[in-house]
Design a protein around this ligand. Structure first.
Ligand SMILES: C[S@@+](CC[C@H](N)C(=O)[O-])C[C@H]1O[C@@H](n2cnc3c(N)ncnc32)[C@H](O)[C@@H]1O
Length: 245
């Protein structure tokens, strides 16, 4: 049972200097205010040391972090993290690392993971683009997932969307050969753009066949933003691409 408290505490959250957005990189997110609930504060105070990975200028070693060799899933932009918690619980044979820029999401997932004593999950606070580039070794990830990424619906903001040719080449660099990039969105225009970008992206092939969206895999839980989309009457589109080279 996910719990939360309505009591709030005002906090100032410093973004780690090494993981804050690159000054010349176009940001894929909006900054949001940071008022922690009591449980979020508890998440950082009690469980942050265990679940929140520190960036220390060298690539993460998942084997050392989790104390075993297991398939690694990295989620970009997990929001409040409820669906990532569900996935980590449902797949104890895999390890999961979530990257999120929103401090409340980081704090909330630390709280939930701590309550459940989840062994196969860690999180990183910062811009996923910089973190992937600087802190993940090439060919070290089995799956990268991006669920209900900010859709940036206005044309002038499309350049902020995460799925862009250059970002997908960064993902390709970090995935193992045979690794999967899985995205889902409730914005039809963004879904079609994802397909257009990925169908011609070097080194990737569409698991559903060129030009096709994938069936929703049964391992993908409903996310908070997916439910929001459903309530607005939106459809949902999944794209699944394999790194071939
Ligand atoms: C629309 S929300 C979706 C959250 C969650 N995946 C869901 O489906 O409920 C998108 C999330 O991605 C995060 N985000 C966007 N760009 C990011 C980036 N470059 N690095 C880390 N997080 C990012 C935002 O802070 C936000 O929490």
């Amino acid at each position: 049972m996910m719990t939360d408290s309505s009591a709030t505490t005002e906090v100032t959250v410093e973004i780690n200097a090494e993981t804050k957005p690159h000054p010349r990189r176009i940001m894929t997110f909006m900054r949001r205010s940071s008022v922690f609930t009591t449980s979020q504060q508890q998440g950082i105070d009690e469980f942050g040391e265990h679940y929140l990975l520190e960036t220390e200028g060298k690539a993460f070693d998942a084997t050392a972090i989790f104390g075993r060799v297991a398939p690694l899933t990295v989620e970009i932009g997990f929001g409040m993290g409820y669906s990532l918690i569900t996935m980590a619980e449902a797949a104890p044979e895999r390890d999961f690392i979530g990257i999120e820029i929103h401090p409340n999401g980081i704090a909330q997932i630390c709280y939930e993971a701590g309550q459940k004593q989840l062994p196969n999950l860690r999180v990183i606070d910062g811009d996923a683009l910089g973190i992937l580039e600087n802190y993940f070794a090439d060919q070290s990830i089995d799956t990268v997932q991006l669920y209900f990424a900010d859709p940036w619906p206005k044309k002038k903001h499309h350049k902020r969307r995460f799925v862009q040719t250059h970002n997908m080449q960064l993902i390709r660099q970090k995935l193992k050969v045979g690794g999967i990039f899985h995205a889902a969105t409730d914005w039809e225009h963004y879904a079609q753009c994802m397909l257009d970008v990925l169908d011609v992206a070097e080194g990737f092939s569409n698991c559903a066949g060129k030009g096709h969206f994938a069936e929703r895999p049964d391992y993908r839980p409903l996310t908070k933003f997916e439910v929001r989309g459903q309530n607005l009457g939106h459809g949902v589109w999944d794209v699944l691409f394999r790194k071939d080279s």
